[in-house]
Design a protein around this ligand. Sequence first.
Ligand code: ADP
Length: 227
Amino acid sequence: MIQLFHVTKEYPGDGPALQEVSLEIDKGEFVFLTGASGAGKSTLLKLIFCDEPASAGQLLLFGKNVAKISGSAIPFVRRNIGVVFQDFKLLANRTVAENVALPLEVRGLAQKEIRRKVRGLLRSVGLEHRADKFPPSLSGGEQQRVAVARALAPDPALLLADEPTGNLDPERTLEVMDLLYGANARGTTVVVATHDRSLLERYKKRVVVLQAGRLLSDGDSVRRAVS
Ligand code: ADP
């Protein structure tokens, strides 16, 4: 589903954020991406989301070379990808329910079906009672849970999440992780960037470790990540 071959990313006027990263993520996998702040986790997710081009190397997404996807085709590729990114904010002038409904409306679902799905998703993140509120009146953690509900709404083929539990207390963290697990069980490929080691220890999944832009290790053992 995602293949990187010697991918390097340099931002103008900066050292490389990613250096020669080669990595393959198969359909249906659940992968943690970890490493210290500045290791390149967000950059890697942005490259996969076609939000930034690689400076060198090759990235294949759904079997396509992303460098060859035209700008006008990117929105269509992104329809298969749900994202929970720090800088993909909720729309402040739409209610919580409308925010979650948006990706379903884009896909042309019937209003009745949209209402049913939105209600179920908000229930699953414990925010049914906030459906008619506007995001700025919610706490950071609540907004994050709405973002997760919005990303999962269309049952995307791929979910990219950047520190999706960063603002949450332990109980809410487990709820959000359960949601990501549920999505994965239904077939969504999930890539979660986190520096929360307790998550890596709790959920024994594949752990890809980045260090200063390089792939340090890749495996299902958390010992590699924390050693
Ligand atoms: P992480 O998500 O692991 O904290 P990032 O991918 O955000 O790491 O950052 C990797 C490196 O790239 C850091 O040195 C950061 O300063 C740099 N970087 C990230 N985004 C930009 C940008 N838009 N412009 C310039 N440098 C950036």
